[in-house]
Design a protein around this ligand. Structure first.
Ligand SMILES: [Zn+2]
Length: 524
């Protein structure tokens, strides 16, 4: 089906096309009859409108069955014309590609969409599209008018048919109708009517029917997989079915959702008793699977925090790969990289007229009297030049840092945090040690086994810290202390660190400490 590109010069058309959020396909089909299961398609006509312009194409299809005489008389398409034309099956892959992701507009859309879905199904392709019916649209925009058939629209709106009951001619009438309503009504009004009438495809094309029905309405974690079972996305919700549905039924304002819809092949899920369990499992799976569309959380090996010991003139940066940050005193901020830690400290210096040279994030000035560059331009109060005492400087800096103070792991060993589901009576015990998630069991007497089975952990998981620290310290969570603890490793594996680097998934994140845990009186 060769495309027939044709640009209209009309400025309304230009404005219409330029304003399209996504391409629209105006579709009309001719068929052997009106039964979408027994009858077959004989002709497909499509007018495609996109920011690239207008494209028209049509194709005759061998239906593999005779055309009833009364249909042949109406459309002018008879058996002789269809002999030797391609079958739908042979056209299906290219057609699916052409229609993919575009708004499907047809007059009495249920008919055309239903026929196409059935034909695609016979060809082994699951076809789904967001659809808009121009009969309904006409009814919404012209509520006092009784007739909304194509002939009525032609007469009432002065459309110019290029023929009738042939697919491309009828599809073109829909495109004319689309232009006409934009002449008659404001963009806002048309948009509102369209938004109310578009029927969203409930599922991405590649997912089997019922994929959503298989999900429970309970809390848990869901996983989207793409080709070759590549993990695309991990998410959590207190209602799996609802949340997963929302990914696909939205109007794809999020580029991520659209991109996931196109790539997804399979949905997997794990139920949890509550939200906390879902959050912990989500963080764990994101780290393990590194799905394409998850913002990579903290890379464990690069996690670091500033340590400012009492009496010291400046902080030093401690890396989680070298030190157990869960046990270190006087830590401030948790950062996912050295660069972010430095950017944060620089920002703090700017805000509070601290001295970057004295803080150790800038080279010390050569001559003691001149001071750092910031001092020259009055952005540093002069700890570097003797204009401010080091003690005063440190006191001001620590004041500014206090809100980022890291909560030390406040227990001798592990703790198990309880979570209950009042509805089902289910319970879960999440075992945490040194701000690491060890595992979950369904009853208290399972805790020992969780600890015994735990893999060797690297202490201080920044994600778990962010989820738990404030809540455990504030008494919001019910927990019990455990006797045993899993084994921890502080061995730095350079090779492993290199392999954790992933190209193309890193994003710029504003320099902010990962958490703001205030003074909680837990620091031993
Ligand atoms: Zn200075």
């Amino acid at each position: 089906m060769p495309p027939l590109p044709f640009m209209q010069e009309d400025s309304l058309v230009d404005a219409l096309l330029a304003g399209l959020a996504r391409p629209i396909v105006f579709v009309d089909l001719e068929t052997t009859g009106s039964d979408a299961t027994a009858d077959r398609i004989t002709e497909i006509g499509v007018v495609e409108a996109s920011t690239a312009g207008i494209e028209r194409w049509s194709v005759l299809v061998d239906p593999g069955m005779p055309v009833p005489p009364f249909v042949a008389r109406l459309t002018g398409i008879d058996d002789a014309m269809l002999r030797g034309q391609p079958s739908f099956e042979s056209l299906a892959p290219a057609l699916a590609e052409r229609l993919h992701g575009k708004l499907f507009v047809a007059h009495n859309a249920r008919f055309d969409y239903g026929f196409l879905k059935n034909e695609f199904r016979r060809a082994g392709i699951a076809f789904r599209a967001d659809t808009l019916c121009t009969v309904r649209l006409s009814r919404a925009l012209f509520p006092s008018v009784e007739r909304h058939g194509l002939d009525a629209l032609i007469a009432r709106l002065n459309l110019a048919p290029q023929g009738r009951h042939r697919a491309l001619a009828d599809a073109d009438l829909l495109w004319q109708f689309w232009q006409k309503i934009h002449e008659l009504y404001s963009q806002e009004l048309v948009d509102a009517a369209v938004k109310a009438l578009v029927r969203r495809a409930s599922l991405p094309a590649a997912l089997p029917e019922g994929a959503l029905d298989a999900l429970p309405s309970s809390p848990g974690v869901y996983l989207f997989h793409g080709d070759d079972d590549v993990p695309l996305y991990v998410g959590k919700s207190i209602n799996l079915k609802q949340r997963v549905g929302a990914h696909f039924s939205g109007d794809h304002r999020l580029a991520k959702d659209l991109s996931i819809s196109q790539a997804i092949r399979r949905i997997d899920y794990r139920e949890t008793v509550g939200e906390l369990g879902a959050l912990l499992l989500e963080a764990k799976l994101v780290k393990e699977l590194q799905p394409v569309h998850n913002r990579l959380l903290k890379r464990a090996a690069a996690t670091c925090a500033w340590q400012w010991l009492p009496g010291a003139p400046a902080p030093t940066l401690l890396r989680a790969s070298k030190r157990d940050l869960s046990r270190e005193p006087h830590l401030f901020g948790v950062f996912s990289s050295r660069a972010k830690a430095h950017a944060f400290m620089r920002h703090l210096a700017d805000e509070h007229k601290l001295c970057p040279a004295t803080l150790g994030i800038e080279k010390a000035p050569p001559g003691k009297l001149r001071g750092c560059f910031g001092y020259q331009v009055r952005r540093c109060l002069g700890a570097c030049a003797g204009a401010e005492s080091l003690a005063d400087h440190a006191a001001r800096a620590l004041d500014a840092l206090e809100h980022t103070r890291v909560v030390r792991w406040p227990h001798e060993g592990s703790v198990a945090i309880a979570e209950y589901d009042a509805g089902t009576g289910g319970e879960a015990w999440h075992v945490i040690d040194r701000w690491c998630y060890v595992g979950t069991c369904g009853a208290r007497d399972g805790i020992a086994a969780v600890l015994a089975d735990a893999p060797e952990l690297r202490p201080f998981d920044a994600d778990v810290y962010a989820l738990i620290a404030r809540r455990i310290a504030s008494g919001e969570l019910e927990w019990i202390a455990c006797d045993a603890r899993p084994s921890f490793s502080l061995v730095v594996q350079e090779a492993a660190m290199v392999s954790e680097k992933r190209v193309g998934t890193r994003r710029r994140v504003p320099f902010k400490p990962v958490t703001n845990v205030g003074q909680l009186g837990l620091l031993g």
